[in-house]
Design a protein around this ligand. Structure first.
Ligand SMILES: *Cc1c(COP(=O)(O)O)cnc(C)c1O
Length: 386
């Protein structure tokens, strides 16, 4: 491509068509910026903006108060001894896997683990043993499955896995596994546990210590109202010297963080939203109630919610036979639903999906959720008898 003015112009892609819609995309509901974060984004948008007063260590910067955020607020919020800001949940996971395991070691993870847990393990050279779930309709994860998987690894490789991981909740069904039990099973074999809280940290109350997890990971752009990519990582004091070991070449830089992580607007939006994020986690019971209320409304329309029931998270997976039947009959086929929802200013169900889809009720409140449920009902009615 020629880099002349007219062909370059298309990259000035400013207008966002989904802005202002009712958003039920699980990827996006927890990452909507607070007003404070929007301001921070503009104010701190210049590259390396946070480095004005940096003495060489990002998380020790006093102004803006990154030091107090990372070393005081985050450990308290995550229930861990030491914390860092990273460039995302996957970067947090990779830092742990790469420092705790050696190439050829094993990791045990749940059958609903996110793809980024797999690629992080691959990049760290780890072999992967999956703890199976029970399949449809609940996708239950048996904590004792971790014990069986660990014993398999011991039988096959002669030693326990370097690490276990549990996804809390998973990104497909929003199931909350019994992480406390999983931690105690893993610890019976001296295997440390990483809690992948990409869908939990910033939405619901969670404490690595209470659960017994050695590591906890969160995603700023997924669940902490931040403009990413940005994530958090909490580590127990037992493992902090390994994960946060320093370079032999530059005495202040931490190797797994490649010296510095989020170094601009991303960390500033994370911090700016933090006061509201802390408060919203205290409202989690209401969020769960809203999710259950919405789920029961959809079940009233003949939809079937898969995964844990009653549900305990805003991310839910539905089977929608009514929409599927319509898609078999109408001209646009499986794209009719996306189009109908778009006309109603509702965004977040993937284009082309009708039979199965996931959605999130987080932060919407009953009024907007009611509009979504009513819209689903309208669409079903509209095509009745077609
Ligand atoms: C979204 C998600 C991730 C990835 O988070 P990033 O911060 O984008 O790396 C990891 N795990 C789960 C379960 C997720 O849902």
């Amino acid at each position: 491509m020629k880099l002349d003015d007219s062909s370059l112009q298309k990259f000035c892609f400013i207008k966002r068509e989904t802005l202002g819609s009712i958003n039920i995309d699980p990827l996006q509901t927890g990452g909507l910026l607070t007003e404070a974060a929007k301001q921070a984004l503009v104010e701190w948008g210049d590259g390396y903006s946070v480095c004005d007063f940096c003495g060489g260590v990002l998380d020790l910067i006093k102004k803006p108060p990154i030091h107090d955020f990372v070393h005081q607020a985050l450990p308290e919020f995550l229930g861990c001894d030491e914390a860092r800001v990273t460039n995302g949940a996957r970067e947090s996971k990779f830092a742990v896997m790469h420092s705790i395991g050696k190439p050829g070691d094993w990791i045990v993870l749940d059958g609903l683990a996110h793809y980024s847990s797999y690629v992080a393990a691959e990049r760290a050279g780890l072999n992967i043993k999956v703890v199976p779930h029970a399949g449809s309709p609940e996708y239950y994860l048996d904590p004792e499955g971790y014990g069986r998987a660990i014993e398999e690894v011991i039988r096959e490789s002669g030693k326990p896995p370097a690490l276990a991981l549990v996804t809390y909740p998973d990104g497909s069904y929003g199931n909350i596994p019994d992480a406390k039990k999983i931690a105690s099973v893993c610890h019976e074999y001296d295997v440390p546990l990483l809690l992948n809280g990409a869908y939990c940290v910033g939405r619901m109350p969670v404490s690595a210590k209470e659960i017994g997890a050695d590591f906890i990971v969160g995603s700023g752009h997924k669940s902490m109202a931040a403009s990413g990519p940005v994530g958090v990582l909490g580590v127990s004091k037992e493992y902090a010297p390994v994960v946060f070991r320093k370079s032999t070449h530059n005495k202040v830089k931490e190797v797994e963080l490649l010296g510095c992580t989020a170094r601009g607007a991303t960390v500033m939006t994370l911090m700016a939203s933090f006061p509201e994020v802390v408060k919203r986690t205290r409202n989690w019971d209401q969020e769960v109630e809203n999710a259950r209320w919405f789920s029961s409304k959809l079940e009233g329309l003949g939809f079937i919610q898969r995964g844990q029931k009653p549900h305990s998270h805003d991310l839910m997976f539905f089977e929608a036979p009514g929409f599927y039947e319509i898609s078999e009959k109408v001209k646009n086929g499986r794209y009719f639903l996306y189009k109908e929802l778009k006309e109603r200013n509702i965004h977040g169900i993937k284009s082309g999906l009708t039979k199965y889809f996931k959605l999130s009720t987080f932060g919407l409140g009953k009024e907007k959720l009611g509009i979504v449920a009513d819209s689903f009902e309208d669409i079903l009615k509209k095509y009745e008898g077609v």
